[in-house]
Design a protein around this ligand. Structure first.
Ligand code: SME
Length: 148
């Protein structure tokens, strides 16, 4: 796992690739680069809904449309703040997608004050995400704000 390498790869993709494919490619980089990232997806805000865009993982989620305010995803989209859940079984807001998930991070993608979407990552490891993931993923979310 290498935050700097992943950041450079993502920067290069954003410069060289077309808008239509770059989000999927970035999701793929995150999934491939970090073993603890068991499922990676990008949701877009459409009206009062979060709508799933590109994702990568071993399974599809049934939660392809999440109302704002619902779940950990909806909480992050409503507050505009990163949500970090060390133990999903202890978080009442959690909407279960995969039985294997133990922890989750959701990072809003913002432009000025507007919340455009979010990066959602599930991990099969308990408490998989720490401050380094928050810093890194908030940087990635920032880079994505013109491409979502
Ligand atoms: N667990 C999320 C739902 C999305 S899935 O993890 C892909 C939530 O609680 O909002």
């Amino acid at each position: 796992m290498n935050y700097e390498k992943a950041e450079q790869t993502i920067k290069k993709l954003l410069i060289s690739r077309s808008v239509s494919t770059v989000l999927q490619e970035i999701v793929d980089v995150l999934y491939e680069e970090f073993e603890k990232y068991s499922w990676v997806g990008i949701y877009r805000v459409e009206g009062n809904m979060l709508v799933l865009g590109p994702w990568k993982g071993t399974q599809a989620t049934e939660h392809t449309r999440i109302p704002l305010g619902h779940g950990v995803c909806g909480a992050a989209a409503s507050s505009g703040k990163t949500e970090l859940v060390d133990d999903v079984s202890q978080d009442k807001r959690y909407l279960s997608c995969f039985v294997s998930t133990r922890s989750e991070i959701v990072v809003p993608i913002k432009k000025s004050q507007a919340i455009l979407g979010e990066i959602d990552i599930d991990s099969d490891r308990p408490a998989a995400f720490d401050a380094a993931d928050v810093v890194f993923l908030e940087k990635v979310a920032d880079m994505l704000s013109s491409h979502i």
